[in-house]
Design a protein around this ligand. Sequence first.
Ligand code: HPA
Length: 270
Amino acid sequence: MKKIKKTAKYLKKKTGFTPEAGIILGSGLGGLVNAIDIKFSFDYSDIPDFPVSTVEGHDGKLIFGFLEGKRIVAMQGRFHYYEGYSMQQVVFPIRVMKMLGITHIFLSNAAGGLNPSFKVGNLMIIKDHINMFPENPLRGKNIEELGTRFPEMGETYSRELIEKAKDIAKANNIECQTGVYVGSSGPTLETPAEYRMFRILGADATGMSTVPEVIAAKHMGLTCFGISVITNMAVFDEGEVGTSHDEVQNAAGEAQPKMTLIFKELIKSL
Ligand code: HPA
């Protein structure tokens, strides 16, 4: 808690900014940054106690500015559990953003499609998640200042924002799915047997992020909204060749403008 407050205080002092909404941009999805009227930008490595991003395609910047006239703070690149960070490190920036004043968090990620009706390049609005990480970020002594010991998770993803996002997609002719995201640690993609298992468990898309961040956000009472960009389809048959990281990055880049439009319109409507 001390570190969270210290980092928030540092950023507050440097910027004088009170953001209303936080945005987390996933692999290859950083293009939204071009739509931000940027007031302040920090390399993660320059922020006290911030972890440093290592994965290719993740720029590692914390950006303060205006998006559609709203005050926002955006993470270009996030911290993944598979990089070796502790869960506390993975969720540290969300906690700092909350201290800075955000009430809403918007998350994006690249994900593999499990629902056979999905296509590469589709967007999926996340309506719920399954936590298959080996850990929960709230394990350990509860930080009462942040939230309750046993957070209720019935409406983790805001129904209101989901409905609004569907309307925005429709109005802009964007094909948009809705579904359940399963998060697991990676860095391996799933074997065919694992993809089949996740499908049987009720998930529509699978990825290596978002779930820990959303748990920490919900703990603090933030309103959450998430979108997955379907960058590849699950390989359900043994022997079929799976997806490369390059393919994931390329598909994310192509779908990125659609996701950006939905985020922009949603944030405008806050
Ligand atoms: N599995 C896990 N994470 C991913 C995938 C996938 O198929 N695609 C993009 N991120």
